[in-house]
Ligand binder design. Structure first.
Ligand code: NAP
Length: 224
């Protein structure tokens, strides 16, 4: 898809990766609606980059998620792309995981994004794109992060079916299986301490790859 002038909804734009992606995308289009859990955080980002609109959205509320998507589509006159950059992590042995933590992992990393995408599909233009920042853990479940990896794998699998269903409309479904970066995500984990992780990849390089992946409609994006 052509990103120049494209109408894009970015969910989770106030996170480190979401924000960086918005900064890059805003060089190609300002027809962008952003969301963050805090209305003021999203509005500050919108104002700083001169974007179209900003909304508060907690993904745990699926009705609210659908309402925000419909509003964004109205504000933009339709959607060419939806990018989901929300996510939470949690660490600890699988057998010790707290039920409420696992539920939140699945809400934020899988069920909430699915609700956003379901609401967005009818608004998406043929030839458009959907991108979700999943993570390499979707295919490489490491010890000490079972719930996080499982929530990402669930999302990745769902995207695989969606991709096949949207083929006729030429809507690309980009599953961005990103490597570890030092964004502070692991320090904001719902619980536990991360295992020893490899040195983080460069955020700008990874975000540039996401932008290219969105543009080219790459199915499963990996950054070596
Ligand atoms: N960093 C990495 O190494 C890495 C690697 C692979 C994949 N990823 C994935 O990339 C995505 C972004 O990660 P990041 O590194 O940019 O982390 P981040 O800075 O912590 O961003 C996380 C985003 O998720 C949002 N969020 C958390 N809980 C939410 C909820 N209940 N409802 C709505 N939004 C919620 C946060 O909103 P607030 O701003 O309101 O807190 C923030 O926008 C995540 O899905 C992560 O799993 C990251």
């Amino acid at each position: 898809m052509d990103l120049n002038g494209a109408r894009i909804l970015v969910v989770g734009a106030t996170g480190v990766l979401g924000r960086r992606l918005c900064e890059r995308l805003s060089e190609r289009t300002t027809a962008i609606v952003v969301t963050g859990r805090s209305a003021s955080g999203a509005e500050e980002l919108r104002r700083g980059l001169g974007l179209r609109a900003a909304h508060a959205l907690d993904l745990v509320d699926h009705d609210e998620a659908a309402a925000v998507v419909h509003r964004a589509a109205e504000e933009l006159g339709g959607l060419d792309a939806v990018v989901i950059a929300t996510g939470v992590a949690a660490f600890g042995p699988a057998a010790d995981e707290d039920e409420a933590v696992v539920e939140e992992l699945f809400e934020v990393n899988a069920l909430g994004p699915m609700a956003v995408i379901r609401a967005a599909v009818p608004h998406l233009a043929d030839g458009g794109a959907i991108a979700v920042l999943t993570g390499v853990v979707a295919e490489l479940p490491l010890a000490g992060m079972a719930g996080y990896a499982a929530s990402k794998a669930a999302m990745a699998s769902w995207l695989g079916s969606l991709r096949r269903e949207l083929r006729r409309r030429r809507i690309a479904v980009v599953d961005a299986r990103l490597p570890h970066m030092d964004t502070g995500l692991v320090d904001r984990a719902l619980t536990g301490l991360p295992p020893r992780l490899p040195p983080g990849h460069n955020v700008d390089d990874v975000i540039a790859a996401v932008e290219r992946g969105l543009e080219r409609g790459v199915h499963e994006l990996r950054v070596d």
